[in-house]
Design a protein around this ligand. Structure first.
Ligand code: HEM
Length: 459
């Protein structure tokens, strides 16, 4: 055998592109100051980009849709969730959002029937009255040609909608506690998120950790009360909780424990409230900036049977409304950053990654990448029209995630958004009070930094 035929013992290990920054740490600390700018800059540097290091964890951004697909569909033993060990894990408890592996699979299978399409009309019935309440609140302001803090109105409306859909009845006190615990929990998570030094663990009795624990304990107690009350007096209208109480273990036939119900109630509340509020806020912001799109949306809504309230079946004909909602979520995906943790050596494309690697997938960056979208910064709902479908690689559009952990509530979310648009735009005309470009506030969700104030008039 000649020397040239012997394979090199020192094969070159492919390395990802890297973001400039400090030696060893890289540029990741910039995430704290301007995460969107940092991620967009990194998205142009290669299919996988090393962002830097925090403590023992190395961060990579995955930009290539085929590699995104590999990450999001990788076996759970290779690539797991990061949120299990995060503040959200403590807040939610063991729920479909935080679990991994076989226990997650089992929980997701048991939960799936509650979210099936055939349950949507029942949930529609629970939520519709809440939008009417907002209409009543807007009516006198519209008649006086006044303005409304629309983001605050949506926050309130979508909270009432998810509470109704969950419990079938209104529970204002528990809802206020849920809000308080999550506001605190999410702000607390944000403070800990991109810290260069690792924060003290959550079980450590610092005043901040104690305050967080107390809030969660109070919240748990009041939800357990509702669960017990549901058992004793089943409500007339079946909410998601009633549907979850009907879940049975496929093998043993045993129903869920209070702890399991509690975890899923908290998860559904937070996963289904702030995401949808964020999506609706951006949607109305964009409609107010694009009157030509708003006019087509209104024309579609006006073609529905008039003289009676909106019905669930009406939503099926709102195709342009649906395209508009998708386009708003392309430009402003509420879940702007998804993350996964490598659990054992894993090769992504040709790049070998060790445990403690964190893989970031940014729907925001992917949705605005000119390699996948024509004029990506332009608001153009028609790009989702069926004839144009396929403009982008499927994994370059992931407002609801991708693969087995895709959002379980996407049907509920699309229904809520269509209901809100159809009900409000039937009755009112909205215009922007301030046309300055909106600033982004990328926290757990991609919020609008300032309140959305809209001038309102009757139609
Ligand atoms: C516009 C509104 C919504 C958006 C943009 C959204 C987005 C997402 C995304 C991106 C994920 C995947 C996260 C990941 O892969 O790391 C997800 C998961 C999830 N979503 Fe949603 N969501 C919305 C509404 C809802 C609603 C209304 C519910 C419940 C009623 C819900 C419940 C969940 C749950 C339970 C998961 C975890 C699923 C699992 O890990 O198996 N979401 N959502």
């Amino acid at each position: 055998m000649t020397e040239a035929a012997v394979p090199s013992a020192q094969a070159v290990v492919p390395r990802p592109a890297a973001m400039p920054g400090l030696p060893y740490f890289g540029g990741i600390v910039r995430m704290k100051k301007d995460p969107i700018g940092y991620l967009r800059e990194a998205s142009g540097r290669g299919p996988v980009v090393r962002l830097g290091r925090l403590g023992r964890r190395s961060f990579y951004q995955v930009n290539d849709p085929d590699l995104v697909r590999s990450v999001m569909t990788a076996p759970g033993a290779d690539v797991g969730m990061t949120r299990t060990s995060d503040v959200l894990g403590f807040l939610f408890g063991e729920s479909v959002f935080t679990m991994q592996g076989e226990p997650w699979r089992k929980r997701r299978d048991e939960l799936q029937p509650a979210f099936r399409t055939s349950n949507l009309p029942e949930l529609f019935g629970s939520a519709a009255g809440e939008i009417e309440q907002t209409v009543e609140h807007f009516q006198p302001v519209a008649e006086a040609r006044g303005s409304v803090d629309f983001s605050a109105a949506l926050l309130d409306l979508l909270q009432r909608m998810i509470v109704r859909m969950m419990f079938g009845v209104a529970v204002p006190e528990t809802a206020a506690q849920l809000t308080q615990a999550f506001d605190y929990g999410l702000a607390y998570r944000q403070r800990r998120r991109w810290a260069l030094t690792s924060s003290l663990p959550l079980w450590f009795p610092t005043p901040a950790n104690r305050k967080f624990d107390d809030g969660v304990a109070r919240l748990n107690a009041s939800i357990v009360e509702i669960i017990e009350d549901h058992r004793a007096h089943p409500p007339q209208r079946a909410g998601l909780l009633t549907m979850l109480m009907e879940c049975r273990d496929a093998e043993t036939g045993v129903g869920w424990s209070d702890d399991e119900l509690l975890a899923e109630v908290k998860t559904t509340f937070v996963a289904g409230w702030l995401t949808t509020t964020t999506a609706a806020t951006w949607l109305f912001d964009l409609l107010a900036r694009h009157p030509e799109v708003a006019a087509r949306v209104v024309a579609e809504i006006d073609a529905l049977p008039s003289g009676r309230p909106l019905e669930y079946g009406d939503l099926h004909s709102l195709e342009f409304v649906e395209d508009t909602i998708l386009e708003a979520m392309r430009l402003f995906p509420p879940g702007w950053l998804l993350s996964r943790r490598v659990r054992r050596p894993f090769t992504l494309g040709d790049i070998p990654l060790g445990p403690n690697s964190v893989l970031l997938v940014s729907p925001y960056a992917l949705h605005r990448d000119p390699t996948h979208w024509n004029e990506p910064d332009r608001f153009d709902p028609d790009r989702f029209h069926s004839k144009n479908h396929g403009e982008a690689h499927k994994a370059a559009f992931l407002p609801f995630g991708f693969g087995p952990r895709v959002c379980i509530g996407r049907g509920v979310a699309m229904m809520e958004l269509k209901m809100i648009v159809a009900t409000l735009l039937r009755r009112f005309r909205f215009t922007l009070a301030d046309t300055a470009p909106a600033k982004l506030q990328p926290v757990s969700f991609l919020r609008r930094a300032d309140p959305l104030i809209l001038d309102i008039a009757p139609r």
